[in-house]
Design a protein around this ligand. Sequence first.
Ligand code: ADP
Ligand code: MG
Length: 249
Amino acid sequence: ERQTEEIILRTRGVGKTFGKFVALNNISAEFSRGAITSIIGPNGAGKSTYFNLLCGAFAPTKGSVEFEGKDVTGLPQHRFAHMGIAKSFQITSVFPQLTTRENIRVGLQALVSRYDIWRPRARLTELVERADELLALVGLWESRERAAKTLAHGEQRALEIGMALASQPRLLLLDEPTAGMSPEETRTMMDLIVKLAKERTVILVEHKMKLVLGISDRILVLHHGELLAEGTPQEVRQNEAVKRVYLGQ
Ligand code: ADP
Ligand code: MG
């Protein structure tokens, strides 16, 4: 059992409406530093909407979001990124014509302002080394010279995560990283997530409950935009309301 006392991220009564449609209603939750917290629920439950609030892609219609004790509600997305929150969306977004390695370097270029602009050569060396470390970390070293469009689906998702890690985030948010993957690709991705979680906090959105039971410290269950249940994997698996929602899945 990991040490999961400190709260890195918190929402208080957040809601999100699209027109008159309530996609998410009154969600209060806490996310522990160093933990893997999974957000699960059937399709349409509001997982991606909540994910978007957590990473700053949307502002909530009501309620507040707190990161490391600071109210960050409604701040623009790039501020969330600068604070150390990185995300990888449900939809793949690599640059198809570039090689795997070039894609990672693009991710790193976004950080250029953090490097010493008066030492461009040192900066370049650092970027190149860091890119190669990230390639190895996400298991793509062997594929580094291949055009991203020729990578298997699972490898593209790993690449996307590598790009998200370029900013050295303290919090990594992943929305259905195993969507559309084969069982083998899924296993590889889950292993990668566990490895990444050793160094940073992870929030994982996943449709399939079985996948997250073994790796999560805590699980939130969304259903029809409401927080249906939360707890340890054990507690969530035994929860009657959760069983009903997942019956037959
Ligand atoms: P999940 O990720 O759990 O499948 P979403 O958060 O994507 O669910 O969607 C929750 C609900 O909100 C769904 O009914 C969806 O149709 C609706 N929704 C999501 N995004 C929008 C949007 N931009 N405009 C209107 N309705 C939306
Ligand atoms: Mg979704």
